[in-house]
Design a protein. Structure first.
Ligand code: AMP
Length: 284
């Protein structure tokens, strides 16, 4: 495994792989790797001759400076996990190289970023779309792997690749959870032991939504009301940014359950904002 920090070096490595006819699988991350990231890396390892991951805490996607500065960093563990799971290249560019003086080009979309997380995190998805586009241009992957946990992000990236005619296949993989059900997240490291327990309410709430649907409830407002009650019953829940039931492709609110919906939420546990979602199955 090799660590590459300069953009020029990364581009020439990827060009060489492509010239040799080798397929490149790419997993973009912000580091503090966990089992969720590992599942993407393993899938990339299975389907490609060369596996590249990036570790870059992208300032352009943080709407709050304190959030950027407190984002967990654990490079030693990242390198160990990457090595153990067969990564060939870890690309770790510097902020000043990705965004040099004079940088002024951003990728934005009209509709998708203005839903769900975008309502509380202005500019977040513009930052995500911009960095992913830059990383695709540098790493030149054949396939790129993303997690369903970041539902809106994967919808935006799929749209971006389609709209800009990019030659990258986007693979989206299921959310990996702890034995208790918490979605693995780098931000879980920021939770106290008590907050960790309260964070399980997100999973409980998702299960509650599923049970209501199984029992015949089809009204989204009723399901959302019940979910909010469960989450708000926990002491360390500071704020619910949103609980929404949306169409899986458009991310527009769905008033009734037809089998094409996802329930998504963003909740502050203490000072940590967590997101989670799941597909709502309607087996009528
Ligand atoms: P991040 O480092 O948080 O930017 O995440 C990098 C990639 O890992 C994104 O595509 C995420 O959707 C994905 N990811 C994060 N958490 C999970 C999880 N629990 N299960 C599966 N994929 C995940």
């Amino acid at each position: 495994m090799k660590i590459i920090t300069d953009i020029k070096g990364m581009k020439s490595f990827s060009s060489k792989m492509r010239e040799e006819g080798k397929s490149i699988g790419f997993v973009p991350t912000m580091g503090a790797l966990h089992e969720g990231h590992v599942s993407l890396i393993r899938k990339a390892r299975d389907g490609n001759e060369c596996v590249i991951i990036s570790i870059f805490v992208n300032p352009a996607q943080f709407d709050r400076k304190d959030d950027f500065l407190s984002y967990p960093v654990d490079r030693a563990n990242d390198h160990e996990l990457a090595l153990k799971n067969g990564v060939d290249i870890v690309f770790e560019p510097e902020v000043d190289d990705m965004y040099p003086d004079g940088f002024e080009t951003y990728i934005d979309q009209k509709r998708l970023p203005n839903r769900l997380c975008g309502l509380n995190r202005p500019g977040h998805f513009r930052g995500v779309s911009t960095v992913v586009t830059k990383l695709f241009n540098i790493v030149k992957p054949h396939k790129a792997y993303f997690g369903e946990k970041d539902l809106q992000q994967s919808a935006i990236i799929r749209r971006l690749v389609k709209d800009l005619n990019m030659d990258v296949e986007i693979v989206v993989l299921p959310t990996v959870r702890s034995a208790e059900g918490a979605a693995c997240s780098s931000r879980n490291r920021l939770l106290s032991a008590e907050e960790r327990l309260d964070a399980l309410s997100l999973y409980d709430a998702l299960n509650n939504a599923q049970s209501l649907i199984k029992s015949g409830v089809r009204d989204s407002r009723e399901i959302i009301g019940s979910v909010i009650k469960i989450i708000n019953s926990k002491k360390n829940v500071k704020k619910i940014d949103y609980v929404s039931i949306v169409n899986q492709d458009t991310l527009e609110d769905s008033l009734t359950i037809n089998g094409q919906e996802i329930i998504a939420m963003a909740v502050w546990i203490g000072n940590t904002r967590l997101i989670d979602n799941c597909r709502l199955t309607n087996n009528d």
